[in-house]
Design a binder for this molecule. Structure first.
Ligand SMILES: *Cc1c(COP(=O)(O)O)cnc(C)c1O
Ligand code: SF4
Length: 356
C-alpha cells in the first residue's frame, strides 16, 4: 500500500471513493431506464406483489383518472400485507379520490395564470420554475399537478429556447428551478443541453432541481449524471421530496444521496403533510432525524394543495400548527422544516406560524 493510499484511508477519503466506485460500476444509464420501464402500473399486480388482502376502497376507476406508477425499488420499502403502510398510501388509487369535495379544484395554486411562456412559471420575483418534462417516475395520489395540462406544458428544446429568451429579458431572476413532472426523468443528453444553456445566463447564480427520483428511483443517480452535475459551473441545489423516514431507509437511496453530496450538490428536502402518512409528531420527527442522519436539511413541510381527488389526505391547518409546535418542543431547531402553504397569487409560499 502506498503512503498516499494509507493517508487517504486514515482521513476516510478512500472510503468515500470506494463508495463512488461501487456506484459507478452498479448504475448505468440503461439500468435506470429499464427500472422505469418495468415499474408497476397495474393495481392488481401491486396487490399481488404486496400480498394484500382484499380491500373495497381500492379503486380501478381512480387509477383510470390518474394512473398507478410505482418503481420496484420503492415497492421494496413497502411492508407486505399492510394496507396502512405510509408508502403504499401515497401511491394507491382509492375510491375516496372520486368524491367531489367543496374547495378542492383543478388548479388550486394558480399555476395557469403564472405561466409566462410554455412550461415557464414566473410566480415569485427572483426565481423562475421550468416544467422541464411532464413525466414522473412515481404517481403520488395527492399531487397538485394531477390535473395540470402536462401535454401543453412539456418543454422540448424549442420551448427551452423560449424559456432562455425569457430569462435573458429578466435580470431580476437569479435562480432557475427545474421541476415538472420530474426533471431527472430527462436523459443525460437533454439535461446537459439544458444545464449548459442555463449556465450561459449571466445573472443566474444557482440552479435548483426539484426531484423525487433519488428517493423513488435511486438507479437514476448514475456516474454520467453525477459528472454532468459536477461540470455545471453554478452551484446546484437539489430539493428532494420524501414524506416518511421509511422512504429513506434503503441502501440504494442512501448511496444515491451520498453520491450526490460527494459531487458537491447541496441537498434539502420538502415534504407534504399527509393524513395517514406523516400526520404525527413521531413520524415527522423520524423523518427529520433520518434526513439529518443522511446530511439532508429539512426545508419545507407543505400543507396539502387543495386539488380535486386528494381531500382525504388533508390535515387541517390548526392541527398542523399544533403538530409543529410539539415537534419544535422535542427537537433541535434545524430539524423543524418550515410549515408553508401555497396561496394563489401571493408573492411567495406563505409561512404558517405555530400558533396561527
Ligand atoms: C414553490 C415555488 C417556487 C420556489 O419557492 P421557494 O420558496 O423559493 O422554495 C418557485 N416558483 C414556483 C412557481 C413555485 O411554486
Ligand atoms: S413526483 Fe412530484 S410531481 Fe410527480 S406525481 Fe409525485 S408529487 Fe407529483
Amino acid at each position: 500500500m502506498t503512503a498516499v493510499k494509507k493517508a487517504l484511508m486514515i482521513t476516510g477519503i478512500i472510503e468515500k471513493n470506494q463508495t463512488k466506485i461501487t456506484i459507478q460500476s452498479m448504475k448505468t444509464n440503461n439500468q435506470w431506464q429499464q427500472a422505469l420501464a418495468t415499474a408497476v402500473r397495474d393495481p392488481l399486480v401491486l396487490v399481488d406483489l404486496l400480498q394484500l388482502p382484499p380491500l373495497p376502497a381500492l379503486s380501478l376507476a381512480a387509477a383510470e383518472q390518474f394512473s398507478l406508477l410505482v418503481p420496484h425499488s420503492y415497492l421494496q420499502r413497502i411492508r407486505l400485507g399492510d394496507w396502512h403502510d405510509p408508502l403504499l398510501r401515497q401511491v394507491l388509487p382509492m375510491s375516496d379520490e372520486l368524491q367531489l369535495v367543496d374547495g378542492f379544484g383543478i388548479d388550486p395554486v394558480g399555476d395557469s395564470a403564472a405561466m409566462v411562456a410554455e412550461g415557464v412559471l414566473h410566480k415569485y420575483n427572483s426565481r423562475v420554475l421550468l416544467i422541464s418534462t411532464a413525466a414522473c417516475a412515481i404517481h403520488c395520489r395527492y399531487c397538485f399537478r394531477r390535473h395540470f395540462p402536462y401535454a401543453e406544458a412539456q418543454a422540448g428544446r424549442d420551448q427551452w429556447r423560449v424559456a432562455c429568451d425569457y430569462l435573458a429579458a429578466h435580470p431580476e431572476v437569479d435562480e432557475v428551478i427545474l421541476s415538472g413532472g420530474d426533471p431527472l426523468v430527462l436523459s443525460d443528453q437533454r439535461l446537459q443541453w439544458l444545464l449548459q444553456a442555463l449556465a450561459k445566463q449571466p445573472h443566474l447564480q444557482r440552479i435548483r432541481i426539484h426531484t423525487r427520483l433519488p428517493i423513488v428511483l435511486p438507479e437514476r443517480i448514475t456516474e454520467g449524471l453525477l459528472q454532468l452535475l459536477q461540470q455545471t459551473s453554478m452551484p446546484i441545489v437539489m430539493v428532494l421530496h420524501a414524506n416518511h423516514a421509511q422512504e429513506l431507509d434503503a441502501v440504494d437511496v442512501k448511496q444515491a444521496i451520498q453520491a450526490l453530496q460527494l459531487s458537491g450538490v447541496l441537498l434539502l428536502n420538502q415534504a407534504v403533510l399527509l393524513r395517514g402518512v406523516n400526520d404525527s409528531v413521531a413520524a415527522l420527527r423520524a423523518l427529520s432525524e433520518e434526513l439529518i442522519a443522511q446530511r439532508v436539511l429539512p426545508y419545507y413541510l407543505h400543507l396539502l394543495d387543495k386539488v380535486a381527488g386528494a381531500a382525504h389526505f388533508e390535515v387541517p391547518e390548526d392541527e398542523a400548527q399544533a403538530l409543529m409546535a410539539r415537534l419544535r418542543a422535542e427537537v433541535s431547531g434545524y430539524l423543524v422544516p418550515q410549515l408553508v402553504k401555497e396561496v394563489a397569487y401571493e408573492a411567495s409560499k406563505t409561512p404558517v406560524m405555530p400558533f396561527g
